[in-house]
Design a protein around this ligand. Structure first.
Ligand code: 5GP
Length: 171
């Protein structure tokens, strides 16, 4: 039986999302903000974050998966490209968790080709132990040294995304 060890509570997530949303509201005041959520894991965080940002902004989604099923190759294919015109706009990529950083660095490279005015990164969890590329994470709610977590959008083989809080999964 898998064991779920509580890591981050619903209240802690709510509080941090409110803080980060307030910071984004301040930093992007007067800019042309587009939140671009990275599928699928960010969908719950994106839904909560957008409601904590009190300036007008647009929302889009991008989907990417590693080319041969392993994240370590750095080869990714896009399963969903942004629909909106991003040229000249201020893109904030919204991710569930940054681990090696390989996926997100490829997404940043791709978005740069669309000539936005700026590209920044906001992640719910910044997990640093296995980072392989230099990536500047501009906003993060929580940092985690190691472990494999599920809940609040994060899955294990597509399960457990619906858990309202975040748990360390022990198989
Ligand atoms: P990276 O390219 O940074 O190694 O991959 C990041 C992706 O790996 C995340 O978007 C997520 O899908 C997955 N991932 C990395 N660490 C975890 C984790 O602790 N739990 C879950 N559920 N997914 C993770």
């Amino acid at each position: 039986m898998p064991e779920f060890i509580p890591m981050i509570s619903e209240d802690e997530i709510k509080e941090k999302t409110r803080e980060v949303g307030a910071k984004i509201t301040e930093d992007y005041n007067g800019l042309d903000l587009v939140l671009v959520g990275v599928l699928k894991g960010s969908f719950i965080f994106l839904a909560d974050l957008t409601r904590q940002i009190k300036i007008d902004h647009d929302i889009d989604l991008v989907g990417a998966s590693s080319y041969d099923g392993t994240a370590t190759t750095g080869q990714i294919v896009f399963t969903k490209q942004p629909d909106l015109e991003l040229e000249g706009r201020d893109v904030l990529l919204v991710e569930d968790i940054v681990d090696t950083g390989l996926t997100l660095s490829k997404i940043v490279e791709f978005v740069q080709l669309l000539n936005p005015r700026s590209v920044k990164i906001c992640t719910l969890i910044d997990k640093r132990e296995r980072r392989e590329v230099e990536l500047s994470v501009d906003y993060s709610c929580f940092t985690l040294e190691k472990g494999f977590i599920v809940g609040y959008g994060l899955d294990y083989n597509e399960r457990y995304r619906n858990l309202p809080a975040i748990y360390d999964l022990k198989l």
